[in-house]
Write a protein that binds this ligand. Structure first.
Ligand SMILES: [Zn+2]
Ligand SMILES: [Zn+2]
Ligand SMILES: [Zn+2]
Length: 166
C-alpha cells in the first residue's frame, strides 16, 4: 500500500506553497545583509531569487540563461559569478559539488556546512543540519591528523515522495 505524502516529510519533498519559501528566503537575506552592513544589490537579490526558484539545485549556466531571457539583455557571466560568490560567502546559498549547482540555504546566518540528501529522480536537495554528523567528521579527520576546511556532505538517493510514487 502506498503511504500518502505526509507533513513530516521535508518541505522539498512534498507539494507546498513554494512562494512562501521564496519570500521567506528573500526576507531573511535582506535582514541578514542589513545586520552585517552588506549590500544586497538588485543582481544579488535576483540571483538568489532564481536559485530559490525551486528546491532543485541550479547551475550558473541556468541562472545566466534565465537572466538573459527574462531581463532582455545578456547578463555578463563574471557579474553573475561574483553575485553567486557573495551569496556563498555569506551563507545564503550552498554549492552542491556533485551537481556543480547552487541551492538556497534554509538557515542563513548560522555557521554551518550542512548535509544534503539529493534525490536522483526529482533532483530536490534536502538540507539537514546535524551537528552530530559535523562532529563525527571532525573527530575522524582529527584522528588522522587532517585539518578540515570544508565539510559539505552530499548523499544521493531517492526522496520519500519519489519512493512512494515512482
Ligand atoms: Zn519550497
Ligand atoms: Zn544551509
Ligand atoms: Zn525526489
Amino acid at each position: 500500500m502506498l503511504k500518502p505524502v505526509t507533513s513530516d516529510m521535508p518541505l522539498a519533498c512534498r507539494p507546498h506553497d513554494h512562494s512562501h519559501c521564496v519570500s521567506h528566503a528573500l526576507q531573511s537575506a535582506e535582514s541578514l545583509c542589513e545586520q552585517r552592513g552588506l549590500r544586497l544589490t538588485t543582481l544579488r537579490k535576483r540571483v538568489l531569487e532564481l536559485v530559490w526558484a525551486s528546491h532543485k539545485p541550479l547551475g550558473a549556466y541556468d541562472i545566466l540563461a534565465v537572466l538573459s531571457e527574462t531581463d532582455g539583455r545578456r547578463a555578463a557571466p563574471p557579474t553573475v559569478y561574483r553575485a553567486l560568490d557573495f551569496l556563498l560567502e555569506h551563507g545564503l546559498v550552498h554549492r552542491i559539488a556533485s551537481l556543480n549547482a547552487f541551492v538556497g540555504c534554509n538557515h542563513p546566518g548560522k555557521v554551518h556546512q550542512g548535509q544534503f540528501l539529493i534525490c536522483r529522480n526529482c533532483h530536490a536537495a534536502v538540507e539537514l543540519l546535524r551537528s552530530n554528523i559535523d562532529a563525527a567528521v571532525l573527530a575522524s579527520a582529527a584522528s588522522v591528523g587532517f585539518s578540515v576546511e570544508g565539510q559539505t556532505v552530499e548523499i544521493s538517493g531517492l526522496c520519500a515522495a519519489c519512493k512512494e510514487n515512482p
